[in-house]
Write a protein that binds this ligand. Sequence first.
Ligand code: HEC
Ligand code: HEC
Length: 284
Amino acid sequence: MNPKNNESVVLDRRKFLIGAGLVVAGAAIPFSAAALSGCARPQASLPDGVETTSTPTLTPPPDMATVPWQYVKLDSLAVAERAYAAYSQGGCMYGAFEGVIGELREKVGAPYTAFPTAMMKYGKAGVSSWGTLCGCLNGAAAMTYLVRDAKTGDGLIDELYAWYGAEALPDYRPNSPKFEIQPSVAHSPLCHVSVTTWCETSGFKALSPERAERCAWLTASVARHTTELLNKLADGETVAMPPLAAEVSGCLACHGKGGVVENVHASKASSCAICHEPHPIPPK
Ligand code: HEC
Ligand code: HEC
């Protein structure tokens, strides 16, 4: 490994440990229950040039190993702009996740200061360019499970994924865009389907700079909508799945749980017809 890179990785790690108030006598200590239950130590002996990234919170140190973490309502437009900027640093999943958590890092401080957000870069282009789950949606779902219990989180994910499959997106235009971007309806949470549908609508190629810009806008749009939904939950409102499209529930009546041919393991979908021709009943 390039020693210079390694050094900067170590420094980054130190920075967020310091941000979380986890530095003793200038030396980073590993995460442990003991470290987390103690108060933030005085930072008088920090090495020169190492800045704290946030003020440690005055509330008791949270147990980082337990979710959900504290969520405070966020400005969804600030999240969108942050997500748009983060897209160019680490792709769609990182962008959507960092858009939200970056605002929480500023507003709440620890434990958000200690979250290794860079891990979310794996989700780019449907997980390392495999074209599976759209990275924006992957990042938004991960964020949701960080700040919400599973049941409430699932309701938010359902709403978000249904919205993603049905709306003309992107629906957020960043303040300083590189190009103007035409929206399209994805009909699916999959990166491959979403991107190719957009290519068909717009006429641009899948590896073009315009497509990258479209995904950056989409990252901002998804981060914004996720924040709106998280804010609703914070206000005590409920967020849940709209009814499945009749086309989909019709197929699942036979192919889903308890149907005559229970062979489809997807109880929710935006569309089946995006990939399958409807067949005559009974099938020939
Ligand atoms: C009334 C029940 C029923 C409904 C509704 C239904 N299917 Fe089927 N489907 C079947 C049966 C039965 C088969 C044949 C299964 C077999 O031969 O193993 C089948 C076969 C299929 C196949 C295999 C290839 C083919 O065409 O034969 C696909 C794909 C499929 N269905 C998709 C769909 C989709 C998409 C919908 C909704 C638009 C749908 N089905 C609605 C009962 C249904
Ligand atoms: C992103 C594309 C995509 C979507 C969306 C999708 N499928 Fe499929 N489906 C496939 C592929 C690929 C296969 C495996 C190849 C094949 O048999 O067509 C498959 C297989 C099937 C089969 C078995 C076909 C067989 O030959 O026996 C059924 C039944 C089926 N899908 C039903 C559905 C239903 C119902 C939905 C909606 C809830 C759905 N699919 C949504 C891509 C998709």
